[in-house]
Design a protein around this ligand. Structure first.
Ligand code: MG
Length: 157
């Protein structure tokens, strides 16, 4: 059994959709990024890669590569799942904390968790998605962006 930790943060900008775990979340601002800026997918990818020693998201999908411009990050997550399989690894459980001041993610959390579970072939109860504010502190508190922490456990197939 291995454990990996992933972290990601993205800045809020106008004229971009807010996409988290592949779900379009109603909000006046979206996240800046080369891909679709899905910080949840990115943190989960890094947790899985970290657990298995397979590198990191920036190495696998560099933001200098036009191939990943506006990329669907849940597709990248599925590709990482396939890499794990090819390396003899199987994701067992994912836990995610999204830290953001707004919007409230309550209504979206079940769909986010279900989408992550689907992408990795996990049971629904093997994925946790939680959301917290930063109590008004720092860049998150000022609404400048969001941060995501993810933990993944994997074992050998
Ligand atoms: Mg990212």
């Amino acid at each position: 059994m291995r454990v990996g930790l992933g972290y990601d943060s993205h800045r809020f900008v106008a004229d971009r959709p807010l996409i988290l775990a592949g779900q379009r979340i109603p909000h006046p601002l979206g996240l800046a990024g080369h891909s679709d800026a899905d910080a949840v997918a990115h943190a989960v990818i890094d947790a899985l890669l970290g657990a298995t020693g397979l590198g990191d998201i920036g190495t696998l999908f560099p933001d200098t590569d036009p191939a990943w411009k506006d990329a669907d990050s849940m597709e990248l997550l599925r590709q990482v799942g396939a890499r794990l399989s090819a390396g003899g690894w199987r994701p067992r459980q994912i836990d995610v904390t999204v830290v953001l001041e707004a919007p409230k993610l309550g209504p979206a959390k079940p769909a986010m968790a279900a989408a992550l579970a689907r992408a990795l072939g996990l049971d629904a109860d093997a994925v946790g998605v939680k959301a917290k504010t930063n109590e008004g502190m720092g860049f998150i508190g000022r609404g400048e962006g969001i941060a995501v922490l993810a933990v993944a456990t994997v074992d050998r197939t």
